[in-house]
Design a protein around this ligand. Structure first.
Ligand code: IMP
Ligand code: MG
Length: 186
């Protein structure tokens, strides 16, 4: 599949150098903000996994990681319905912990809103969001974003953790899809 991703690319929006530079900044900021405090990074699978791996190597304070998997009802939909299912829950008890959610992209906001509401019931000491991409125009519910890598326009994007039908997550850059070649399910 990797051999033929090129025809799907309308434009490379964020190349590897810009990703690295911005993730280094985020890592430095998070390290400063949580200095002297406990920190647990919670990666939302699967899209957040490349971002987590790079971000944690830029965080210079001790921290732990854990994972959660969530999906909207109905596979293949890129549009969140507001019905979000937890497919895989945390192993870590987050009571009284400083939790930072690490997500690939916030679109309508429903996914993160659901995760935030669930995790708040477990009474973490703090709960914040770090997203690589913010599609701000598409927001339908308010989610407080503490750290955002890049604000992007309303394009369907892929690469660097983000998929097209589960492929191309391995690409080291973020690209906008050519809608004449691929139209995501709505
Ligand atoms: P939300 O619930 O609408 O905020 O959707 C968030 C989720 O939808 C993300 O975690 C992604 O898995 C997926 N998503 C949203 N926009 C895109 C995109 O442009 N490309 C790939 N996945 C996307
Ligand atoms: Mg995701």
């Amino acid at each position: 599949m990797v051999a033929n991703y090129k025809h799907l690319v309308r434009e490379v929006l964020i190349d590897e150098d810009r990703l690295n530079a911005r993730i280094a900044e985020l890592g430095a900021q998070i390290s400063a903000d949580y200095a002297g405090q406990d920190l647990l990074l919670v990666c939302i699978l699967r899209g957040g996994v490349l971002f987590l791996a790079d971000l944690m190597r830029r965080i210079t304070i001790p921290h732990q990681i854990d994972f959660m998997a969530v999906s909207s009802y109905g596979s293949g939909n890129r549009q969140s319905t507001g019905h979000v299912r937890i497919n895989f829950d945390l192993k870590t008890d987050i009571y009284n912990r400083n939790v930072l959610l690490v997500e690939d992209i916030i679109d309508s906001g429903y996914t993160l809103k659901t995760v935030m509401d669930l995790l708040q019931t477990r009474h973490p000491r703090s709960l914040r969001i770090c997203t690589l991409l913010d599609k701000v125009e598409r927001r339908e519910v308010v989610v407080p974003i503490d750290y955002a890598g890049f604000q992007i326009a309303n394009d369907f994007v892929f690469g660097y953790g983000l998929d097209i039908d589960e492929y191309y997550r391995e690409l080291p850059f973020i690209a906008a899809v050519d809608l004449s070649k691929y139209t995501p399910d709505e």
